[in-house]
Design a protein around this ligand. Sequence first.
Ligand SMILES: [Zn+2]
Length: 194
Amino acid sequence: MNTDFSTNFVRSPAALREHPALVLNADFRPLSYFPLSLWPWQEAVKAAWLDRVQIIAEYDVTVRSPSTEIRLPSVVVLRDYVKPARMAAFTRFNLFLRDEFTCQYCGSRGEMTFDHVVPRSRGGRTTWENVVASCSPCNLRKGNKTLKQSGMRLRQPAMRPSPEQLQNVGRKFPPNFLHDSWLDYLYWDAELDA
Ligand SMILES: [Zn+2]
């Protein structure tokens, strides 16, 4: 079975707008909390047809083909348990999630950018341990200085989170909690250059 199920949630955001199905793992927990694991109804119907999922709830909406009529699934459960990834992917979105969309210098929320704790010009690498979410003013203030030179402090050490830690942070955000500035990242799962 394809274990990288998470990528299925981000391929066609437009198709998710109407009647998406919530996808649960075989243990009845959402496959992903944030972004919430959703499939377009077409995929949910197909997966049910292939007996890969069990439908446990439906919308009050039917679609017809010449030969049959089906109600759209609203919740489906995978037949086979998908093991969570062993390592959290190093993506922009996961990094924002680790830092809870909060500037790691001043604690403000809202529009975020990234800051290299050890600046790239000083050999700082693009890794979990050296990149943090930062607001623009803090990013500007820190510039090419080291932490010590800037006199700024990290609210918590930058570390690689476990997939469980990321899931736990994701639970703090209700499903429809979408800040405008995050939208680009919600559907962007490419890895950052390491
Ligand atoms: Zn800040």
